[in-house]
Design a protein around this ligand. Structure first.
Ligand code: ATP
Ligand code: MG
Length: 195
């Protein structure tokens, strides 16, 4: 199973972002990107990759402990940026130190399980679009100029969505069938309520 751990913004936050992103689809370079859809939007805390089913109980125990030890916290989707000439993303603001602490703990728990500890560089974001060919479809790689991604990010730079409470940790399954990623929450744990 291809797994990752994420925080899922509520519908209101996703809808606000969706409304703000819609006009971007008409901007230069937009038609050469693979746009993600609102149904799949999430904040990845840690990517686990392929995990054998028999490791699930262990993983779930570890994630339950992490959730119990980290507080729910307020966030909002705000701003945008790009990773090189590959990814357009929306950012988050608010108690991002709490989100970072949670992500570090999740990554630590995952590393203990897999025995692989890679350097941790957490940059909270929701992926809005990707440049390049989709998996499965053998389209030629179409590079979108960094300048065009920059233009798209600039168009969303002032966006500030409604505040919401990140209150749950989700263990997510990623299926990459037919060139599209489909995500499913397998299980979730409430974060600690410290008032
Ligand atoms: P695609 O790989 O085709 O772009 P995807 O990234 O949406 O699809 P997955 O690769 O299963 O689907 O990734 C699930 C989530 O984990 C996404 O938020 C993705 O950005 C993130 N992710 C994937 N690989 C890594 C990685 N090596 N390090 C950190 N996060 C990753
Ligand atoms: Mg990926």
């Amino acid at each position: 199973m291809r797994l990752f751990v994420a925080v899922l913004p509520p519908g209101e936050a996703l809808q606000g972002l969706s409304d703000a992103v819609a006009p971007l689809h008409g901007l230069p370079g937009a038609d050469r990107l693979r746009w993600t859809t609102v149904e799949g939007w999430h904040l990845t805390l840690a990517f686990l990759g392929q995990v054998p089913a028999e490791r699930l109980p262990e993983l779930e125990t570890a994630l339950a402990a992490v959730a119990e030890a980290h507080p729910a916290h307020r966030l909002r989707i705000a701003g945008a940026g790009r990773f090189g000439d590959r990814v357009l993303w929306a950012g988050v603001e608010g108690r991002t130190w709490a989100l970072r602490g949670l992500a570090e703990a999740v990554a630590g728990a995952a590393a203990e399980l897999t025995g692989e500890a890679d350097a941790f560089a957490f940059h909270p974001h929701l992926t809005l679009a990707r440049a390049g060919s989709s998996r499965g479809h053998r389209r030629a790689v179409q590079r979108v100029a960094a300048a065009e991604l920059e233009g798209l990010a600039a168009a969303l730079a002032d966006y500030r969505g409604p505040e919401w409470e990140a209150a749950e940790l989700h263990l997510m399954k990623s299926d990459l069938a037919g060139g599209f990623a489909h995500y499913e929450s397998l299980r979730s744990w409430a974060l600690a309520d410290w008032g």
